[in-house]
Design a protein around this ligand. Sequence first.
Ligand code: TRP
Length: 410
Amino acid sequence: MSNTTGMANLNLTGDDGTVPTEDEVNPWEVHASSATGVDYDKLIKRFGSSPIDSALLSKFETALGQPPHFLLRRGIVFSHRDMDQILALHSQGKPFFLYTGRGPSSEAMHMGHVIPFLFTKWLQEAFNVPLVIQMTDDEKFLWKDISLETARSYTTENAKDIIALGFDPERTFIFSDLDYIGSSPEFYRNMCRVQKAVTFNQAKGIFGFTESDCIGKISFPAIQAAPSFSSSFPRIFNSRSDIPCLIPCAIDQDPYFRMTRDVAPRIGCPKPALLHSTFFPALQGCQTKMSASDANSSVFLTDTPKAVKDKINKYAFSGGGATVEEHKKNGGNCDIDVSYQYLRFFLDDDQRLEKIRQDYSSGDLLTGYLKKELIELLQAFLKSHQEKRKAVTDEVVKQFMTPRKLKFDY
Ligand code: TRP
């Protein structure tokens, strides 16, 4: 699969047909060399971030007076940069804000896309802070074979799904790069400052750009960096440039923010802190992540109950025994079983999840039952999501996407 589209490259084999031995993780490509998926401990070392350990989890609990979200407890949000500083700020009653984003690559979002947003929503409610959501329609125009108009229309469609997850319009600003940047001199100035601070050599080193990439791609990282700085949103932050930022994102976005953190002090802004999540696996197995361009690798937010059932039953990679006898004798392997892995992302009941894990590992619970549990959970989620999305009118989208002051004073 070519790497020119900007979509994650999901082949299990390298371009030359060989099985890679190193995990590949960058904004455009994610694949693991092992059936259990990416080795995230190694990634932490390679990227130089910090693991989310039990000490940090208890700091979370102390700061919030509630247990951290199950995605944190289960190690799905597994790595961070400077999260302890954010917790310290919060304890001192000092402000910070959240920034996350979405590259609107198609009209339909899948289950993997909603995880970071559900987690972000929890963070926003737990800390009661403003949230800005960048829709990088410009990025998708540059990387994919789509027109500006199409990219912009995907922004609206995706924004509806994001809004349907329950964000608060008084605390949340969603913006299209294509619309907002032209209307915000402050945002553009920050882009210019970043563009001046990074050389082509550095961009090549971080992102792997080549001489034949269009120049739009080469300067795009400045656009993804700019929302990390509060001065890019003067209406929200009363023109202050010193409000720190926390970015929840999947680990493949880290290169953008390594660059941003490197540049921040040189342009007089605080470095953004980060929370990194692991990938949501494709139905076919943990070596890849879900891809919007392969209908059978994903459960889409638009899928019917029957489609969900058929996809899970047909495609969800099983860690169970080949026969019932074998399964009862040896048990199932939760580490590679996609249905079990999905339950880890979506089933909030820790005890129920642990019971399923034990029963499946011992062989008492058969793959069919495990899948049934997941199918019912996903069907219920999608039914409710699809109803909520219908209620998101163009008017509501406009409300979220209008540059404005939010419910916070600075
Ligand atoms: N580049 C991301 C994507 O393709 C979108 C994005 C922009 C983003 N800013 C972000 C994701 C900040 C996480 C955090 O999906």
